[in-house]
Structure formats: structure tokens, C-alpha cells
Design a protein around this ligand. Structure first.
Ligand code: URA
Ligand code: SF4
Length: 235
């Protein structure tokens, strides 16, 4: 019990909570972290309770609601975008606007559905007028996406656009030079590709994204057959 409480407090501190209001308490209490072997869905829900009331950056002031993430808690494939837009802010779900429709089409083209994968953003609250996220906002929100990855343990992550990649890996890249090349995040393969909003403006770049997705499909097939053979998943 004490151990669980300590772990819960560590988790909250990692997310930037420096003090606890014990009168109301944080929305996720020690009970949520009680089982170390808790299913991923419980762990995601526990984190969601924290993120839903987050006020760590100025974007909390202008949001309608937090856009946490959707999909399968044990997805092999995770898509990570930038930040909610207008539709996402209204509906509370990532990638449901025009760019989202394009992403959904990409997922379908991979012979998957939105329920098979997990979709989230590196910024959980809509920036006003869809402006670019600022560095301190990316820093404040980063622990959440990293924890989502840690819980879900996907085999492959696809980052959409420059901010998703830069924030997850905390490193600056020129997207045009790294897209299509495998990168690594804590032993998980990362495929950087263009953001679907960019594809709306530059439809010709769709073929590059599709080439990247073919690499992703091949990697998912490879890791699935490895695990069937009982071989370890990396190598
Ligand atoms: N663009 C993003 O990066 N994320 C969304 O959820 C919607 C649009
Ligand atoms: Fe918190 Fe992230 Fe929203 Fe900022 S963008 S208030 S860090 S959830």
C-alpha cells in the first residue's frame, strides 16, 4: 500500500505536480496504482484523470476540453500528432477534423481501423487559432505522451510532422531529411512522416507518406511473425 502511494506520488511529480491539495485530492488516488500489473486500460484511465484537469501551461485557459487520446490500449501501432485543432477541441477526440479524415484514410489503407491503433498528440489542449505550440508548452505536456507510450508499449510509433517528433524525442530534426527513416525511442521503432495537414496542402507528398507506411506495415508483420516464433521482439 505504502509502496503504491509512493509510486503514485512519483508519477504525479513526474508530471509536474509540486504540491497536492489533499482536501479534494488528485482525481486519481493511490487506489488506481494499486496493482502493478494493472491492465493498460486502467493505467491509461488513471493518467487520463490527471491530464483532464491539467493546468500546467497557458493552453488550459483557452481549451474547451483536453484531448487525451483514443484507440486500443495495447495497440502495436501508435500515431502521434501535434495538437488538437478546432474540431478536436469540440469533440474531445484527436484527428477528427479535415486532417483527421486524411489520417483515418491512411489507417484504412493500411487495412487497419482507428480502434486497432492508438492516436494521441504531444500537446493535449488546442493552441489558440491553431498557432504552433511554444517550447514551454511542449515541455509541460511531454511527460503525458511519454507515459502513454510507456503504458501502451507499441511496436511502432509514427510521428506526424515536426513537433510530434521533436517533442517525443526531445531533439530537433529537419523533417524533410529524417522522414522515412527509422529512429528509436526507448527501444521502440519510430517512423517520422509528414503531418496530414501538410498533405492537404501538398497532395503530391502523399506518395512519400505511403512509402513510409509500407515500411511500417512490413515492420509490424515482421514483429508479429517473430513473436509467433517465440523469438524476442527486437531482432
Ligand atoms: N492535428 C493534429 O496534430 N492533431 C489532431 O488531433 C488534429 C489535427
Ligand atoms: Fe496540461 Fe498539456 Fe494542456 Fe498544457 S497542453 S494544460 S501541459 S494537458
Amino acid at each position: 500500500m505504502t509502496e503504491d502511494l509512493v509510486r503514485e506520488l512519483e508519477l504525479l511529480r513526474e508530471f509536474g505536480f509540486t504540491h497536492l491539495d489533499i482536501s479534494g485530492g488528485p482525481p486519481s488516488s493511490a487506489a488506481a496504482a494499486e496493482d502493478r500489473g494493472a491492465p493498460q486500460s486502467d493505467l491509461l484511465a488513471e493518467l487520463q484523470a490527471v491530464v483532464t484537469v491539467c493546468e500546467k501551461c497557458r493552453l488550459s485557459k483557452s481549451r474547451t476540453q483536453v484531448v487525451y487520446g483514443v484507440g486500443s490500449p495495447n495497440a502495436d501501432l501508435m500515431f502521434i500528432g501535434e495538437a488538437p485543432g478546432r474540431e478536436e477541441d469540440i469533440q474531445g477526440e484527436p484527428f477528427v477534423g479535415r486532417a483527421g479524415q486524411l489520417l483515418t484514410d491512411v489507417i484504412k489503407a493500411m487495412k487497419l481501423t482507428r480502434d486497432d491503433v492508438y492516436i494521441a498528440n504531444v500537446i493535449k489542449c488546442r493552441p489558440p487559432e491553431n498557432r504552433n505550440p511554444e517550447q514551454d508548452e511542449l515541455d509541460a505536456c511531454r511527460p503525458y505522451i511519454r507515459r502513454q507510450v510507456e503504458i501502451i508499449q507499441p511496436k511502432v510509433i509514427v510521428t506526424l510532422g515536426r513537433f510530434a517528433l521533436q517533442s517525443l524525442l526531445e531533439k530537433s530534426y529537419a523533417i524533410s531529411s529524417v522522414r522515412g527513416q527509422w529512429l528509436d525511442y526507448n527501444g521502440i521503432k519510430v517512423m517520422p512522416t509528414y503531418h496530414p495537414a501538410y498533405l492537404l496542402r501538398n497532395p503530391a507528398a502523399k506518395k512519400e507518406v505511403w512509402a513510409d507506411m509500407k515500411k511500417v506495415i512490413a515492420e509490424l508483420e515482421r514483429s508479429a511473425s517473430d513473436s509467433k516464433d517465440g523469438r524476442p521482439r527486437s531482432e
